[in-house]
Design a protein around this ligand. Sequence first.
Ligand SMILES: *Cc1c(COP(=O)(O)O)cnc(C)c1O
Length: 495
Amino acid sequence: MEVFYKSTRGDGTLITSSQAILKGLADDGGLFVPNYIPKLEISFEKLSLMSYQEVAFEVLHMMLTDFTDQELKQCIDSAYDSKFDCPEIAPVRKVGNAYMMELFHGATIAFKDMALSILPHLLTTAAKKNQITEDIVILTATSGDTGKAALAGFADVPHTRIIVFYPKGGVSHIQELQMITQKGSNTFVAGVHGNFDDAQTGVKKMFNDEALKKELKENGFLFSSANSINIGRLVPQIAYYVWAYSRLVKEQAINAGEEINFVVPTGNFGNILAGYYAKQMGLPVRKLICASNDNKVLFDFFQNGKYDRKRDFILTSSPSMDILISSNLERLIYQITGEKEDECRKLMSELSEKGEYTITEEEQKQLSIFEGGFATEAENAACIRDTFDKTGYVTDTHTGVANCVYQKYVAETNDQTPTVIVSTASPYKFSRSVMNAIRGTESDPDDFVVIKELEDLSGVAIPSAVKEIMDAQIMHDHVCEIDQMEHTVKQYLGL
Ligand SMILES: *Cc1c(COP(=O)(O)O)cnc(C)c1O
């Protein structure tokens, strides 16, 4: 049966999956959600014999039903290839009392590669299917990580261009190096004299500039974004939950059908929402444990049903989780209101106007699969150190939050259900914080010295993604003023 997509704030109008991928966000400001969630049609025994690509296909073809099998296989094979540094794509390892699913073997050694490596292919295929002949121009402002992951995903993908603006001086030295050494004949990176908000505002202005859009169209280009709320990013993330389960079956750590838990270090709620969809597709999941850092809006929400963003924004050593508005939560809210667009719209406008909303007790009851937890900076550092001392395994700071929350959960509940911790970044991505945690003292000021120390300590070779930037050639040195962003885009596109 075909799956269609509709907006969480709309009138129930249905569009195809390829149209939803092309649109990204609905015109009414809502997010696209599937009109129903199909059950997996294949046994876990069969899945346990499959490769990552094959498991991904089993998930994607259920959810993206207007793509042909051939199209999906091509997208999957172009995404999950030698850009990943191991053939399993997402290895699952036993560490202490849990399993670590490592989602950091892609081009930028963090989990966003899982979705951003396939999105460009889904997007260009969707364009073809919908008779769009223009080349797609991805325009992004970045505070560091997403820009690089998008660059790596779109590099050399035919019929696409990618333009990334970052605040000059507002990202880390390593993040800047990662971006300005990006290869690919269709990539363009520019520093902006301004902060991230300035760059973001500049990009939004271009997206809403009708005259610019017209000029682009006349020259064969169409703007699009690689935003994390695109279902073309969300659906591929369901695949690795099914994959992790199938690996535990393969290793005979569980019997097919037995329930497991997942612990997910959470920011925008995209990753864990994919786990929730996996459960609805029939994956035997007992608990989805939502791990937060000191910005524990979600922990509080799962405690008392009140989402309250009115609090100080705390900078932590797990920056990708420093978020006070988790956009993807809207999809969960929509579902627990019984798919009532009016109710969802009301709650979301309360959030933007008053900074908070509260769900009903009835709605709260439907969240019983979720368990909220949080780890403070000190708890996280202690857990990273303790895990290394006991097992020799080094986690990054985001995975550290998840691991810490899990250890607290086990101590409180004595839940012995086999558990997978979703590991979202390589420790090499956050070498300094990781080494500080393990040592208990401040590390050498030179990042590359710290990286070498981490290699000696962990015995895990420096990933090629990091090695490459140590001596890579600078490919992009363009810097512009905020009011020159549009000019820069036009110049690059030859308009
Ligand atoms: C983006 C990110 C997260 C948060 O994922 P969400 O889908 O936004 O919840 C966690 N860890 C790392 C390393 C990330 O890059």
